[in-house]
Design a protein around this ligand. Structure first.
Ligand code: IMP
Ligand code: MG
Length: 422
């Protein structure tokens, strides 16, 4: 397989975990390059459900090297818990996992400040996962962060953490929040550091060595295009580059080594947290929630749901350079009489065919819809393109065409065999 970047083309939760798992079959290495344990990738193998937050989904297949790259922010206690949970389910984790020395760490003060800032924002809150992601990337950009390489070096870690706890306790005091105990944080983090030490290495060098041996790499995106810190609906975004460029900076593998970009999108739209979602619709949300679908893998929150937004996905194709599309959750639409697709926005008397940068403008954009006939047939057992109802095929072709990329995968359920290749 060619080196492949996989990105979410919407607001996250596009079903990337499953598509990554399917594509991993042909990859040698799977790399996470951004985000932290705000991500939640759900993968079903048979009846067993696996939820991954930091560990690349490739871990579920034997013989794949999984890398947590330099662009990721790591909560080491959370990561140890995740690894132990996977091991308890029978997953082998030893030399098949590598963690970058230069990945930054998430601390309890990041989580607490994340939560306090949300309280302070009141009704303007972002709706973060409260995993401390924003403050951790903030420290990284401010050059005051601690990294994996510090965690596994006890004599260096202790004074650095002491200083950080002192500084952050002052900040917490200003929020009228409880201070943190240096000793408690230190002991928990050092214990996690000892468990993670065997995995920590220079992943940039390791990836290039593997590349020279012609290993193929899959870059597994987390979150989605419109949560990108630069290209998303700022400030209602996460704090990393979720778009294709993040795969390069977050791994040290340069752009000219990348062969293709695969965009994953749902056959409709969802979003967790606050911020604009022009096609949001209560009816489709109720329908999906009543089917037991669209609850967050990380926070359990009910996701906001809406019709497919082709203006947004076309924008995602543009900024990511998406060559191929995987459309997931087609079966979620199986019972509908008619299906709407947003093909443009109306802003006052103007028609807008792109995603406006101004959040106020975007919030006031009304979708212009095209309507498609529903197929009203279950698709979850369909294995081949030709077996799909004709109306479902037309719908898929139309949304791919509107998105301006080539449809190569349609997914009709969570398991590996519910995947149609075109
Ligand atoms: P944060 O990443 O926890 O700071 O959250 C910022 C925004 O990104 C919030 O709207 C979250 O709901 C959203 N977000 C973060 N991670 C994910 C994800 O993995 N899937 C979907 N939304 C996410
Ligand atoms: Mg998710």
């Amino acid at each position: 397989m060619a080196n492949t970047i996989l990105v979410g083309a919407q607001w996250g939760d596009e079903g990337k975990g499953k598509i990554i798992d399917v594509l991993t079959e042909e990859a040698d290495i799977v790399v996470r390059t951004q985000g932290g344990n705000n991500a939640g990738h759900t993968v079903f193998i048979g009846k067993q459900k696996y939820v991954l937050h930091l560990v690349p989904s490739g871990i579920l297949r034997q013989g794949k090297l999984c890398v947590i790259g330099n662009g990721v922010v790591i909560d080491p206690v959370g990561l140890v818990g995740e690894i132990e949970g996977l091991v308890a389910l029978g997953i082998k984790i030893d030399s098949n996992l590598m963690i970058s020395e230069t990945a930054h760490l998430v601390f309890p003060y990041h989580r607490e400040i994340d939560a306090q800032r949300e309280i302070l924002k009141g009704k303007n809150k972002i709706g973060t996962t409260k995993r401390g992601i924003g403050p951790a990337y903030g420290d990284k950009a401010a050059r005051t962060g601690l990294r994996m390489i510090d965690l596994i070096n006890p004599s260096r870690f202790e004074p650095m953490l002491r200083q950080k706890i002192k500084e952050n306790n002052e900040i917490l005091k200003a929020f009228h929040a409880a201070p943190l105990s240096f000793k408690k944080v230190h002991d928990a983090y050092r214990a996690a550091g000892d468990k993670l030490r065997p995995f920590v290495t220079n992943t940039v060098v390791k990836l290039h060595e593997a590349s020279r041996r012609k290993a193929s790499i899959l870059f597994e995106g987390a979150q989605g295009t419109f949560l990108d810190i630069d290209h998303g609906t700022y400030p209602f975004v996460t704090s990393s580059n979720t778009t294709a460029g993040g795969a390069c900076t977050g791994s040290g593998v340069p752009p000219n080594r990348m062969d293709r970009v695969v965009g994953v999108m749902k056959a409709y739209t969802t979003r967790v947290g606050e911020g604009p979602l022009p096609t949001e619709n209560a009816e489709i949300a109720d329908m999906l929630h009543n089917m037991g679908r669209e609850f967050g893998a990380t926070t359990g929150r009910a996701r906001r749901c809406g019709w497919f937004d082709a203006v947004a996905t076309r924008h995602a194709t543009m900024v990511n350079g998406i060559d191929e599309l995987a459309v997931t959750n087609l079966d979620g639409l199986d019972s509908l009489e008619t299906i709407k697709v947003c093909i443009g926005y109306r802003y006052g008397s103007l028609r807008v065919d792109y995603v406006p940068n101004d959040i106020e403008t975007f919030s006031k954009c009304e979708p212009i819809y095209a309507e498609f006939q529903g197929w009203k047939t279950p698709t979850d057992q369909v294995k081949q393109w030709k077996q799909l109802p004709a109306k479902a095929r037309s719908y898929l072709k139309a949304i791919a065409e509107l998105t301006d990329a080539k449809l190569t995968i349609a997914s009709v359920g969570p398991s590996r065999d519910q995947t149609i290749f075109l």
